[in-house]
Design a protein around this ligand. Structure first.
Ligand code: AMP
Length: 391
């Protein structure tokens, strides 16, 4: 018995078959380059990887091919899968817990597309095609915004005209919620301590920080959209909103061009031409000054958020790094927390250098704030949430 987790993007669909009880990933795969002349479906099952290259005109065909490959590998999809969990980016003010999908719910997710034009439409498409392929099981939407739904008003409110904000749903929603919730719960479990004041740093291609008091988030770095906050692979994070007006008035850019610039051609990519931290690191070693500046801007922003969340929390117990960069880039962890001994934060160089897929402490025994690395697992969190709803 397993839950199929589906994460549908504009030209790709990621999926994973998860046992929500043991946490085991039974199979996983990726459909990509949907709509291009040659698409690709990759399936990992039983320790081997199978690839299929062919034209994939749309999401429906992509998922059908992936399911055929799974069945050919011996997975009895239609009898083994008990439910399908869908990652949905924006739940707006409407959805704040995992929700069983029916036609009404699907319509409401679609209606929220104005708030997430890049994300919700492909999420809806993924749900539609998966419901067609697996019509006899429950489908559940798990929202990236849900964990932050109850943010304190002071953290959720932008200081703009209240009527305009109300009319257009403008508030801070926060994203990566499934990861922040999962990782903060893992920290509580790993340390065996309740009531922790935590900072969680989800540093992947997208990046976000959260401040969590006793399991309840009190602030997070992403806002109306996943563009606000930290410097990311291709997103600017925080900028003066005046930049948008300036680009429109002085550079003659329209809103789509500015959207493209800030979401896809900024961040590390905009500053240094690359969005992969591994390449950035190599370029810094080779003396690339742009790469060094990009890294410095990234770390500077991260330290600003850590500092502000320490003050918001008042007392800080843990700082946890997760996601691709957070889990793997020891140098980022060291630099983000350098020279903070006066605040009770001390990273242990030897512990920090250890590579592992397990949760671990990387601070010294003398550090009053415990610094951890905890691998995130959004698929497992979605599978477990899905199972809860369908019990
Ligand atoms: P994610 O979005 O969580 O999958 O993270 C993806 C990012 O993690 C990639 O773009 C890389 O920049 C980064 N990453 C993955 N592995 C490493 C590594 N070994 N060292 C540094 N960065 C890494």
């Amino acid at each position: 018995m397993s839950v199929l987790v589906v994460n549908s993007g504009s030209s790709s669909v990621k999926f994973q078959l998860v046992d929500p009880v043991s946490g085991e990933s039974l199979a996983s795969g990726l459909v990509e380059q949907i709509g291009e002349s040659e698409g690709r479906v990759v399936l990992e099952y039983g320790g081997s990887e199978i690839e299929n290259r062919r034209e994939i005109p749309d999401h429906g065909v992509g998922l059908a091919v992936a399911f055929e490959m799974l069945e050919a590998s011996g997975v009895e999809l239609r009898s083994e899968v008990t439910a399908v969990g869908h990652r949905v980016v924006h739940g707006g003010e409407v959805f704040y817990r995992p929700t069983l999908i029916d036609d009404d719910v699907l319509q409401q997710i679609s209606d929220l597309s104005a708030l997430a034009p890049l994300h919700n439409p492909p999420n809806v498409l993924g749900i539609e095609v998966a419901r067609e392929q697996l019509p006899d099981v429950s489908h559940v939407a798990v929202f990236d915004t849900a964990f932050f739904h109850g943010l304190p008003a002071a953290a959720a409110t932008y200081a703009i005209d209240r009527d305009v904000a109300k009319a257009h749903g403008i508030r801070r929603y926060g994203f990566h919620g499934t990861s922040h919730e999962y990782v903060s719960q893992q920290v509580t479990r790993f340390l065996g301590r309740e009531g922790l004041n935590q900072i969680v740093l989800h540093l992947g291609n997208g990046a976000s920080a959260s401040a969590i008091r006793s399991g309840v988030p009190i602030d997070t770095s992403m806002g109306l959209t996943p563009l606000e906050g930290l410097v990311m692979g291709t997103r600017s994070g925080d900028i003066d909103p005046g930049v948008v007006m300036h680009l429109k008035r002085s550079a003659g850019m329209d809103v789509d061009a500015i959207d493209q610039l800030l979401n896809r051609a900024s961040g590390l990519k905009g500053l240094a031409g690359v969005n992969d931290f591994r390449v950035l690191g190599r370029n810094i070693e080779n003396g690339d000054a742009d790469a060094k500046l990009a890294y410095d801007v990234y770390i500077h922003r991260l330290r600003k958020y850590i500092g502000s969340y320490m003050v918001l929390l008042g007392r800080l117990d843990t700082i946890t790094f997760t996601a691709g960069v957070g889990e793997n880039a020891a140098g980022v962890r060291a630099d983000a927390l350098a020279n903070l001994e006066g605040f009770g934060i001390e990273v242990d160089a030897e512990r920090n250098a250890v590579r592992s897929r397990e949760p671990r402490i990387v601070s010294t025994d003398a550090s009053t704030v415990t610094v951890l690395v905890v691998p995130t697992n959004e698929e497992l969190a979605i599978a477990q949430a899905t199972e809860q709803v369908t019990l």
